[in-house]
Design a protein around this ligand. Structure first.
Ligand code: FE2
Ligand code: FE2
Length: 135
């Protein structure tokens, strides 16, 4: 699968968040490369764990930022994060249990949710936070 190419249309205009989203893209691409260059399961497992850990870190950073600015849709946003985290962890569990056939599924899932979540859900707070003076 082709690497995910960052595009400015994904930017939400808040420096720290955009940096974190870019870092997530980078990690997903690392995972993609680890899969397609046939690197060992050990390596895959490590990279996979990195993706999940960074995702969790990013989600809580974003939630803190939204909460401290009294973002009205915080509950719905947190719910989305929880669902995504659960799905990702389920896949991780299967993967660690030896189901390596799911790697394609994992890649599709990660790319999909990243794009959809940033474009449809994260984008919703862009104007709100900007109006609050968050840059
Ligand atoms: Fe989010
Ligand atoms: Fe995000």
């Amino acid at each position: 699968m082709e690497n995910f190419v960052w595009d400015d249309k994904y930017a939400v205009g808040i420096k720290e968040i955009d940096e974190q989203h870019k870092k997530l893209v980078e990690l997903i691409n690392d995972l993609n490369e680890a899969i397609y260059t046939g690197q060992g399961c050990q390596k895959l497992e490590t990279v996979f764990k990195e993706v999940i850990d960074y995702t969790i870190t990013h989600f809580s950073f974003e939630e803190d930022l939204l909460r401290s600015n009294d973002y009205p849709d915080i509950m719905a946003h947190e719910k989305k994060h929880k669902e995504l985290t659960k799905e990702a962890m389920d896949l991780q569990e299967q993967f660690e249990g030896g189901n390596f056939l799911i790697t394609m599924q994992v890649m599709n899932f990660l790319k999909d949710w990243l794009v959809t979540h940033i474009l449809e859900i994260d984008k919703k707070y862009e104007t709100f936070l900007k109006d609050k003076g968050v840059t």
